[in-house]
Design a protein around this ligand. Structure first.
Ligand SMILES: Nc1ncnc2c1ncn2[C@@H]1O[C@H](COP(=O)(O)OP(=O)(O)O)[C@@H](O)[C@H]1O
Ligand SMILES: [Mg+2]
Length: 254
């Protein structure tokens, strides 16, 4: 197996109040993600998951430590790395006054595609994700579930090898959650490496090849869901999570 993400002593310190106070969001963490796997990145609110993800996806500069994506060092190859990765943020990033199709094409153009290439790829994604019936409507009229699937489609317009998904299903009803996870599975089957955070541990268990649990800026457990359950004598990831972090996972959709 080869690693597509390698971090070493990765650390992020934020300063607040014009440098008067500091928050150590990520404390110096070392882990690897294998090519082709679904990697579930779990942890309570404020654990440092989003900060880590933003560093891995070149959106935030680490305070110290190193990151390699597909063998490229973050410091040397941000531009190269950006072509290989997709990132779907916690809040999404589509323009509400444009249609889904326009958003997809716009996103494709940002990645250097021609108008016709982007349109062709948008049509391909529309088919893959069953978006055809609403892709010509303004995003502002979409349901939460429709919007999330479109966010996902925007994130993969350029066929990234590695996709970061920050809480892709948070706030969706169970039916739409299943729909989002089905699409994630499809991408996985096509060979995309998926790095995702979620509050839904049952789904993380079903979907992830391996999971990492982060708490207070540190990765404190990593392994396959069954390895972790065995190690902590648990039948569910929720129980593993409780034993490791002392927290019951806050479930925003419940
Ligand atoms: N831009 C920022 N400036 C200051 N503090 C931040 C910033 N972003 C995140 N933090 C802090 O870093 C910690 C980790 O946040 P985050 O990575 O968003 O956690 P998670 O995604 O696990 O909920 C929190 O204490 C948060 O308040
Ligand atoms: Mg977050």
């Amino acid at each position: 197996m080869t690693a597509i993400i390698e971090t070493k002593d990765l650390r992020k310190v934020f300063t607040r109040d014009r440098g008067k106070s500091e928050v150590v969001a990520v404390k110096g963490t070392t882990f690897e993600v294998e090519r082709g796997e679904v990697f579930g990145f779990l942890g309570p609110n404020g654990a440092g998951k989003t900060t880590t993800m933003r560093m891995l996806s070149t959106l935030l500069t680490p305070t110290s430590g190193s990151v390699k994506i597909a063998g490229l060092d973050l410091n040397d190859g941000s531009e190269e790395i950006r072509k290989k990765i997709g990132y779907v943020s916690q809040v999404g990033g589509m323009l509400r006054d444009a249609t889904g199709l326009e958003n997809l094409i716009f996103q494709g153009r940002l990645y250097g595609m021609s108008e016709s290439q982007a349109r062709e790829r948008a049509m391909e994604l529309a088919k893959l994700f069953n978006l055809e019936s609403y892709m010509e409507r303004k995003v502002g009229t979409y349901s939460g579930g429709q919007k999330r699937i479109f966010d996902l489609a925007c994130g993969i317009i350029h066929k990234p090898e590695l996709l970061f998904l920050d809480e892709p299903s948070t706030g969706l009803d169970p039916q739409n959650r299943v729909h989002v996870w089905d699409q994630v599975k499809k991408l996985h089957e096509q060979g995309t490496t998926i790095f995702l955070t979620t509050h839904y541990l049952e789904e993380a268990d079903a979907l992830s090849d391996r999971v990492a649990i982060m708490d207070k800026g540190e990765v404190i457990a990593i392994g396959t869901p069954s390895e972790l359950k065995e190690k902590y004598g648990s039948t569910t990831l929720d129980d593993v999570f409780l034993k490791i972090t002392g927290h019951i996972m806050w479930n925003p959709g419940a």
